[in-house]
Write a protein that binds this ligand. Structure first.
Ligand SMILES: *Cc1c(COP(=O)(O)O)cnc(C)c1O
Length: 388
């Protein structure tokens, strides 16, 4: 009899041959220092942009919630899992994002799947940026809507697609990230919203990486470009700058009410754990009351960008990000090279991830900065990059 799993060994071999094989490495992090396999490295691989994952007030809030409400929510929100802190967090997120209401999911991934699959179906059209996150692309698949990807950030192409296809469908949803997680560039939200208005399309913006980083209040890129008051579906995660776990959708009261009935990943999934919920709420309060971490972060971002210009790393000017952000990506010729770069930097005490296909189409080093980095940390990074 043939083994029904006999395809696994050759499939893994193919992954190895392409230098795509990966394995998680246990590490511990404290501030900007990570310990990986006994080595202390400066951490340029974390999404903990403001260092809030280890903030005493965030940890305390999580501990108190754990003791008050237990380790799990023990039910979906509509059955027995709804707690006052879920309500409080949703109120706070709506205010923070400038929307009427919010809904908290168990992860950002589930927020995207749930929201997209709820608002469109087979009769509808999705136009998505080609570099959108996996959760946005899989949300489109799950919805069954006809989906077309437009070239990354190409608003002219998006306009053409709307012009040619919009009229054949009932609803239309345009989907984009604001700060692109694997490229570090930003979507032109006002232009995109204008197109959406002209063609009667809804817009979903994923602010996973921009939240906590952009706009004076830390609300995100949508607020930075003065678009918070527009009719938008804003999604994000509690797991990056907010240092916790979970995801959310912010929008109109009616949108959120609709999602409470139709977003399957919310209705049929256990409510966010009390500790995660309380930690995110504490982090959200800190972001709005203490601007110092964000100011530190931006000083380091400026320092890195100045330094990279001096190194002339960006031989091709079109690769230079127009607007600095905490995510800086440096393209590598292939997967093998990016791995060797990452190892070389590791030997110099720098933890910089090499991102390879299939996560991205072309291999790259991905640097992410955080508020805890010092001036000397960035200098060490620049020296390491200079060696490459
Ligand atoms: C990380 C990320 C998500 C998923 O968020 P999680 O809370 O980690 O599941 C969604 N969208 C983008 C753009 C992300 O970078």
């Amino acid at each position: 009899m043939q083994d029904p799993y006999d395809w696994l060994a050759p499939a893994l071999k193919t992954i190895h041959r392409a230098h795509w094989y990966r394995q998680p490495q246990p590490s511990t992090c404290k501030g900007a220092i990570a310990t990986v396999q006994g080595r202390e490295l400066i951490n340029f691989a974390s999404n903990n942009y403001l260092g809030l994952a280890h903030h005493p007030a965030v940890i305390q809030a999580g501990q108190t919630a754990l003791e008050t409400w237990g380790s799990g929510a023990t039910g979906s929100r509509l059955l027995s899992g709804h707690r006052q802190i879920h309500h409080d967090l949703e109120q706070a997120l709506a205010t923070f994002k400038g929307g009427e209401a919010a809904l908290v999911f168990s992860s950002g991934y589930l927020a995207n799947l749930g929201a997209i699959a709820a608002v469109v179906d087979q009769r509808d059209l999705i136009l998505g940026d080609a570099y959108n996150h996996s959760s946005l692309k899989n949300g489109a698949k799950l919805s069954g809507a006809h989906t077309i990807n437009y070239p990354h950030l190409d608003m002219a192409a998006l306009g053409q697609l709307l012009h040619h296809h919009r009229h054949q469908y009932r609803r239309c949803l345009i989907v984009t990230e604001s700060l692109f997680s694997m490229d570090g560039d930003l979507a032109p939200i006002p232009t995109l919203l204008k197109l959406a208005q002209d063609f009667q399309a809804m817009v979903l913006v994923d602010e996973a990486h921009a939240t906590g980083v952009f706009s004076p209040r830390g609300s995100g890129w949508v607020e930075e470009v003065n678009c918070s008051d527009q009719l938008l579906i804003q999604v994000g995660t509690l797991s990056k700058a907010l240092g916790s776990l979970g995801g959310y959708v912010v929008g109109s009261q009616m949108l959120i009410e609709f999602l409470r009935h139709r977003a399957a990943t919310w209705v049929y999934s256990t409510a966010l754990s009390p500790a995660d919920t309380a930690a995110a709420l504490a982090a959200l309060n800190l972001i709005q009351t203490n601007h110092q971490p964000r100011e530190n972060l931006w000083q380091r971002i400026d320092q890195l960008h100045q330094g990279l210009k001096k190194l002339e790393w960006f031989h091709n000017p079109s690769l230079t990000p127009e607007i600095p952000s905490p995510i800086v990506c440096l393209t590598a010729p292939d997967a093998q090279t990016v791995l060797s770069w990452s190892h070389t930097l590791g030997d110099r005490g720098l933890w910089v991830s090499g991102i390879r296909p299939p996560t991205v189409p072309h291999s790259r080093l991905r640097i992410s900065l955080m508020a805890h980095h010092t001036k000397a940390d960035i200098e060490a990074l620049l020296a390491g990059l200079g060696q490459l």
